[in-house]
Design a protein around this ligand. Sequence first.
Ligand code: PEP
Ligand code: MG
Length: 752
Amino acid sequence: MPERSESDSRKLLKRLRDSLAEPGQGQERLDRITHLIADSMKTEVCSIYLFRDPETLELCATEGLRAESVHQTRLRLGEGLVGRVARFGLPVNSANAPQEPGFRFMPETGEEIYSSFLGVPIQRLGEKLGVLVVQSKAARQFLDDEVYALEVVAMVLAEMTELGAFVGEGDALRALHKQSVMLRGAVGQEGTAEGFVWLHEPRVVVTNPVADDPLTEIERIRSAVGELRVSVDDLLAAQSLDKEQKQVLEAYRMFAHSRGWLRRMEEDIQRGLSAEAAVEKEQSAARARLSQVPDAYLRDRLHDLDDLSNRLLRILTGQGSDTGAEMPQNAVLVARNIGPAELLDYGRKLRGVVLEEGSVGSHAAIVARALAIPLVINASGITTQALNGDAILVDGDQGIAHLRPEETVSAAFRDKMAMQAQAQQRYAGLRDKPALTLCGQTIALQMNAGLMADLPSLEGSGAEGVGLFRTELQFLVRNKMPKRQELADIYARVMQAANGRRVAFRTLDIGSDKVLPYMKPQDEPNPAMGWRAIRVGLDKPGVLRMQAQALIRAANGGPLSIMFPFICEYAEFKSARAHVLQQVERETALGHPVPSTLEIGAMLETPSLAYAPQAFFDEADFISIGGNDLKQFFFAADRENERVRRRYDTLNTSFLGFIENIVDRCAQSGTSLSFCGEDAGRPIEAICLAAMGLRVLSMRPASIGPVKTLLRRVDLRQLRSVIDAARAEGKESVRPAVIEWLANQTDEARQG
Ligand code: PEP
Ligand code: MG
């Protein structure tokens, strides 16, 4: 086979483009293309395999293999050489294919007589669409040049697939971004929403993958790269950047100025690609590498390159965040990841959020929770699959997103939403009624908050106060440490909005997953058990003191409740409390009024504190069980690790026994006790906690209605005997017994 030149490859691309411009159905087009490629590459065979579903490839067109095998031959991802190309997103080039490990003999295609095999992925920005293969009888290794040429062709095919050029009858020929897809991720924030996709970073659509005039295209790419370099240099020169931000931008700068990057794109253009397609080709290659790189640092750098490519595409096409597109009504934000400040900017305009990455404790999740927006995280592939304006259903309860749903799915989803809305109406009717159980016990229901925006929920939900105000959000959403006066103003507004109801302010709980953008990140092997929360507060007490001062000023002579996160031993509580008391003295000396009452409490989030000396329980004005952390340390099961976070039941008898122990210790010292982890907001968990002796539960505002409804229907003494019986029988969890008891009660109520 003769060596191919760059102009050969350009000719092939031109023929390809012309052929695509001719009218015809998807199948006809694919057939023409395989013929054309085989002819141009001088191989006996050219085949196109496309994905039918994420695990299956289907032979969709061929020149050289048996025509009957089209739409019949299927391969699983990873199966055979074609499956291998698809799995790894990298070419396979073999002079003796039948000898290759993993070769799969497909008699229906008549393949055995072809010795040489070259397969390249058809992929667009990491989205796998299929595999393009050429084969020939002569045993020969394809030249680098040929591999490259076929990759360029595959790139154009990918673009054309994206543009719907191969839409046809068969499932595998349906247009991309038209099919319904269900993406299974993880629960970030419960709730359901129906709306339309709003991409945080819109995809750039390349409509002209092939270009005739390489000189013009090279000029365009050089000028765009020049513009990009200036913009990155400007960023670097601008503002007061900290070391960390500088490092990131330096890496950006290095890529932007990389000769290799520009050279590769220029070579792509020489082969016949347009400037835009050249950027995408290199971006796709980088994304394919990204999925193979185990090293987190290198992965970050490849992400940088990805971001730069997006910027470059926006410069070239003029598309992007300033396309002038309007955010749709009922927008559902779709992003790879998003920072807390950006999410707050969108605020309540959003119906839901679906993230490709993210974690349960990420800042975005914290903000979504605070804004009560349903959030699905780890929805792998969402940013490549979704287009602006696509219909989407967000099932935050299950951690699922339905993109472009079928009507039947939408209808079922709407039914579910309508039922939830009806239930909310019923809950609203209970707003002013107490959570009074059948046995005459009143449980105080309070809400958790973290933003000013949460406070209106106090009225709406009927919460008796704020049992947990997480103060870290004000720190997380800024790019520098907030000033004391700023904090004092915010806290004062929170207290005013609470209108006399108690607000328990929790001092800064950072570290672990919550890293302040302006604090040096600690590279800790196990951050959840690392330098976090009060440990940071005591080691660097400046912030703790400043927060205490701000809270004292905000209280302005009124009542004040402060609690410390993650207290593990009495000594920590004593020191933290001493810091606050010193600040009261200092503020008084400065002429600020002393709080009328000052409660200082601790969050009980590790088993150790449950066994603290009696003096701790005597000294603490109140204790709040941080069930999320307590459970993770009790069971040694990471609350952010999907694989284990649901492994142990809160209604496990050991855990309930442990809670009982805490209730007893607080009762002995007369210390008031509440529970403010997520479990307090789950009705069955909540009634069991109440049966174990908890009298104050703090939860998300939306949970107050469901929890109150169930509490008002139960007799806690009876429930306690059900729990005790299950414990006596040696049951692992009391859940089955409790559910059965509840079901019998409902039956009795119906019959009665
Ligand atoms: C908890 O751990 O239960 C808690 C309420 O605190 P956070 O979820 O903020 O860690
Ligand atoms: Mg906690």
